[in-house]
Design a protein around this ligand. Structure first.
Ligand SMILES: Cc1cc2nc3c(=O)[nH]c(=O)nc-3n(C[C@H](O)[C@H](O)[C@H](O)COP(=O)(O)O)c2cc1C
Length: 210
């Protein structure tokens, strides 16, 4: 029988990420993030989650990007983690928002240097906007990346931001075997964060069709 999942779901997700890391899986904290624009057109991409706590999941992005523009117009998002080697998947549904600039000021120096430089390339090129169909000259990206490497000190570009996904539904899926079906445990809450006595009390948990 799979482990009985109870209590608050975000610590369980945090533990599953840690277990994927301990198992040596590549990029254990990346998720596919789906957003939709004001007209409902969906867009998905991979992002790296850098923190999971009772409020939600933090990730970073330059602005403007499709994801930040979508979230500004429509905060409803969905995301998926999948660790095939562990037979585990987590599906999140919730809302996303940008966090205050102080959070990003503190986070930027902790990011790998290559990502810090990429953020500057975005900063320099994004305001001009990509051409129709998103075309940007690759040599210009490289040039802005190299120019950022010469910056001293390498401070946060103002467009580099931190976002938080606050889920109201989290599904934990576990693969079955030849003899057992998969399982899916669903956590939902309808209260606004902070009104429950403790993080675990606001969540309702049920087994659902996998
Ligand atoms: C493994 C991996 C991790 C990534 N992590 C991030 C990330 O944390 N933040 C981000 O903005 N883009 C990240 N990207 C790039 C995005 O997938 C995407 O190409 C970019 O953010 C532009 O997406 P958008 O125009 O839909 O907003 C990552 C890509 C990969 C393959």
């Amino acid at each position: 029988m799979p482990e009985n999942l109870t209590g608050a779901p975000l610590p369980i997700l945090d533990r599953w990420v840690a277990e994927a890391e301990a198992a040596g899986l590549p990029l254990p904290s990346t998720m596919t993030l789906a957003t939709a624009d004001a007209a409902g057109a969906p867009h998905a991409r991979t992002v790296l989650v850098t923190q999971i706590d009772h409020q939600g999941l933090r990730f970073h992005s330059s602005t403007p990007t499709t994801k930040t523009e979508d979230i500004a117009a429509n905060p409803r998002v969905s995301a998926v983690f999948h660790w095939p080697a562990l037979g585990r998947q987590v599906i999140l549904t919730g809302t996303a928002r940008e966090l205050p600039t102080e959070v990003s000021d503190a986070a930027y120096p902790t990011r790998p240097r290559q990502l810090q430089l990429v953020a500057w390339a975005y900063e320099d090129l994004a305001p001009q906007g990509p051409g129709t169909d998103g075309e940007v000259d690759q040599t210009r990206i490289r040039e802005r990346f190299d120019a950022a490497a010469a910056r001293e000190p390498l401070t946060r570009p103002t467009g580099w931001t931190t976002l938080e996904l606050s889920p109201w539904r989290i599904d934990f899926w576990r693969a079955g075997t030849e003899d057992t079906p998969p399982t899916k445990t669903r956590f939902t809450h309808s209260e606004t964060a902070g009104t429950a006595a403790s993080p675990s009390e606001k969540w309702r948990v049920v087994d659902t069709l996998p």
